[in-house]
Design a protein around this ligand. Structure first.
Ligand code: ATP
Ligand code: MG
Length: 418
């Protein structure tokens, strides 16, 4: 098969990430690594490719991801594989494959690319990146509190606490949800013919997901639907109260949102999202919930779980500028025969931990200009005369002041600039 467009564009919805953008991504990931370490999470890396079953069985046949968004193909051996659209299913699969359920509870952090066939737009790509966490083996709401506190801490460490809102809901346990499902179906029966095609298809399999519909007509119908919280049994209500009490004690502000759902049967109790109005339509930066039935659904032992995932691209857009980095020292040879000496000096400075920009080409003026553009704090200028006297001319790039310094004292002198 040939590609439709025989040009050198990247595949629609994917992009090359250039150094500037990568610096932001790396910053977001490094903060996630640092904060998750504070909470005792270890990093797990699962393959980008899994058997399609891993996702289709766990995400449910009515989810957007499974019905429309997966990159699925047969490999040369005939196996049906999928590029991972999210991280939780792979972690649950890894728990089972590695027999890790013996060592519960476990706390994992993950990061990396995810793939979804979606309509590309701002904050929505076909290859994007997530950081996420999973806690496996803790049934009590303590884990929910800790995981939400971690998310809040992470977003605060990125400086985003003033522009995000935590939205919170409970789905209750299986019994509560069954009873709500019946109530909801009863209500929706009257509007059956007015629902969107997507929602009508969900009536049978997964009516809760209709609450999440973005369709205008659906939203009108949903506005007056009975609320899940009125179908909660005592155990579910207590679970949710404990969670909210915990968040209040930790001074984590939240807003209740009745319409926040995760549709599958194995999701239960807590559902939450951190949203920001600064992102336009794609306002959710971090989303998570409890999935006590997922591991057993996959064929593993009954294992409660809770986790969240955050989009690195959306977080990067909000962070916008990464923190300052070490300013470089420019090393600029100006003489006929000073190139190899200059390379040597650049080499030595780098081995001592200085960041060095080596001025390759152009006259001194041009090289100084480039040093300025690289935000250099100082330049070491090396002409034939300086080399013969074993000195370097050091220019303070901010003040323009130049000082002649003996080669032996150069790193001492430059240390002042760090
Ligand atoms: P949305 O409602 O935006 O489609 P979702 O419910 O599909 O989000 P999740 O599966 O919960 O998203 O993923 C968690 C986070 O991953 C999202 O909050 C978002 O920040 C990010 N994310 C999801 N899909 C994309 C995408 N196609 N491009 C970029 N980021 C994404
Ligand atoms: Mg989506």
């Amino acid at each position: 098969m040939t590609s439709k467009k025989n040009n050198l564009q990247p595949v629609r919805g994917t992009q090359d990430i250039l150094p500037e953008e990568n610096r932001l991504h790396r910053y977001v990931e490094s903060v996630a690594l640092r904060i998750t370490e504070l909470y005792g999470f270890g990093e797990i890396s699962t393959p980008l490719l899994e058997f399609t079953d891993v996702f289709s069985r766990t995400l449910g046949d009515t989810s957007d991801i499974v019905t429309k968004e997966m990159y699925t193909f047969r490999d040369r051996g005939g196996d049906c594989l999928t590029l991972r659209p999210e991280g939780t299913a792979g972690v649950a699969r890894a728990l089972i494959s590695n027999g890790l359920a013996q060592n519960l509870p476990l706390k994992y952090f993950y990061r990396g690319p995810m793939f979804r066939y979606e309509r590309p737009q701002k904050g929505r790509r076909r290859q994007f990146h997530q950081v996420g966490v999973e806690v496996l083996g803790v049934a009590s709401s303590h884990a929910d509190i800790e995981v939400i506190a971690l998310a809040h801490h992470f977003l605060s460490a990125l400086g985003l606490d003033h522009i995000i809102t935590l939205e919170l809901n409970t789905l209750g346990d299986l019994e509560s949800r069954r009873s709500y499902r019946a109530t909801l179906l009863n209500y929706l029966a009257v509007y059956k013919d007015d629902l969107s095609d997507d929602s009508r298809a969900r009536l049978e399999k997964n009516p809760l997901r209709i609450l999440d519909s973005k369709d205008e007509g659906d939203r009108h119908i949903i506005a007056d639907a009975p609320l899940l919280k009125d179908s909660l049994n005592d155990a579910s209500r207590h679970f949710f109260e404990d969670l909210q009490e915990g968040l209040v004690r930790l001074s984590i502000p939240y807003k209740l949102n009745d319409k926040l759902v995760r549709g599958m049967d194995y999701y239960c109790h807590t559902a939450f999202e951190f949203t920001s109005t600064d992102l336009g339509a794609q306002g959710t930066v971090l989303a998570g919930g409890r999935y006590d039935g997922l591991v057993s659904e996959m064929g593993g032992p009954v294992t409660p779980g809770i986790g969240w995932a955050a989009g690195v691209e959306r977080l990067s857009m909000l962070v916008n500028t990464p923190p300052e980095e070490q300013r470089p020292i420019a090393v600029i040879p100006t003489g006929q025969d000073t190139t190899s000496d200059a390379l040597m000096i650049a080499h030595q400075l780098r081995r001592k931990g200085f960041r060095v920009e080596y001025g390759y080409t152009g006259n001194v003026g041009k090289r100084l200009k480039r040093a300025n553009a690289a935000n250099a704090c100082a330049a070491v200028i090396l002409g034939d005369d300086e080399i013969s006297r074993n000195v370097g001319l050091i220019r303070d790039m901010d003040s323009g002041k130049q000082t002649e310094v003996s080669m032996d004292l150069i790193d001492d002198f430059l240390s002042k600039f760090r």
